[in-house]
Design a protein around this ligand. Structure first.
Ligand code: PBG
Length: 303
């Protein structure tokens, strides 16, 4: 009589790629999650694959940052290098790359600055360049998380004109300005050096706006749409699921993961029972795919 079940096929596992070799540093605010150089990323992908997790989401922490985030489209960048190596070792692993400038800009904002504000339209060609460079390195799906307007269209046009007409775009469509990204910003070293992301990320009070954002991304050519974070936005996941027949992705973000880890470590929560309940509720709300740092732990338990 169980109405909802989560399968290992539903899970996408995020990974943080760094330059160099032999690097595997645990992120202190995200126990169990590491920043890793390419060969260790491949090892972790092999482990994921052996557990049945067939999709990973790559983030990169570059060697150098500048005003415009130019390391994002460096063919020797950590995401590009990781993608090449993963596809060589595991050709059927679905490699998704997050497309954003915040890990690559010296100021930590998701686009280029014009004075103290992010300039939407000047950012678009840069995102398109980064996305194309990931696809040329073998990435299967690009996932723009910057929240600029018209970035899905810009990326679609850039991929199409280079002949990558079959590469899907997974759009972070309803992405809220959230306190739950705190641990991620430690991991990716991407906290904004001034201000916040409220001019381009959404207000947690809004759901109609989420529908408009999703519709805009669909009109621009998104193939999958995402709601992020997940746990405080289950109603948004349901509303998005009900308005589109595209696959809906939910991102069970860093803060949601670290809260469970911390409480479990203190002996206050049963970690896997909690993780299972969270993932089941996200699926029940309407998510087809779930990005989660708990993916390997959940897969181990399912196996
Ligand atoms: C990049 C990006 C962020 C996350 C995914 N892509 C951080 C942010 O917008 O500040 C957050 C992921 C997480 O918290 O797990 N823009």
């Amino acid at each position: 009589m169980r109405e909802t079940s989560v399968s290992v096929d539903d899970l996408i596992y995020p990974l943080f790629a760094v330059p160099g070799s032999g690097v595997r540093d645990e992120i202190s605010s995200m126990p169990g999650i590491h920043r890793q150089s390419v060969e260790n990323i491949v090892k972790e992908c092999e482990l994921a694959w052996s557990l049945g997790v067939k999709s990973v989401l790559l983030f990169g922490i570059p060697e150098t940052k500048d005003e415009i985030g130019s390391s994002a489209w460096d063919p020797k960048g950590p995401v590009q290098q990781a993608a090449i190596a993963i596809k060589k070792a595991l050709p059927d692993m679905v490699v998704v790359a997050d497309v954003c400038l915040c890990e690559y800009t010296s100021h930590g904002h998701c686009g280029v600055l014009d004075g103290d504000t992010v300039h939407n339209d000047k950012t678009l060609p840069l995102l398109a360049k980064a996305a194309l460079s990931y696809v040329e390195a073998g990435v299967d799906i690009v996932a723009p998380s910057d929240m600029m307007d018209f970035r899905v269209k810009a990326i679609r046009e850039s991929l199409d004109s280079a002949g990558h007409t079959n590469t899907p775009i997974m759009a972070y469509s309803a992405k809220y300005a959230s306190a739950f990204y705190g641990p991620f910003r430690d991991a990716a070293d991407s906290a904004p050096s001034f201000g916040d992301r409220k001019s381009y990320q959404m207000d947690s009070a809004n759901i109609l706006e989420a529908i408009r954002e999703v519709q805009q991304d669909i009109d621009e050519g998104a193939d999958l749409v995402m709601v992020k974070p997940a746990l405080s936005y289950l109603d948004v996941i349901r509303a998005v699921k009900d308005m589109t027949n595209l696959p809906v992705v939910a991102y069970n973000v860093s803060g949601e993961y670290s809260m469970v880890k911390a409480a479990a470590k203190a002996g206050w929560l049963d970690e896997m029972a909690t993780a299972n309940e969270i993932i089941t509720s996200i699926k029940r709300a309407g998510a087809d795919l779930i990005i989660t740092y708990h993916a390997l732990d959940l897969a181990r338990q399912m196996g």
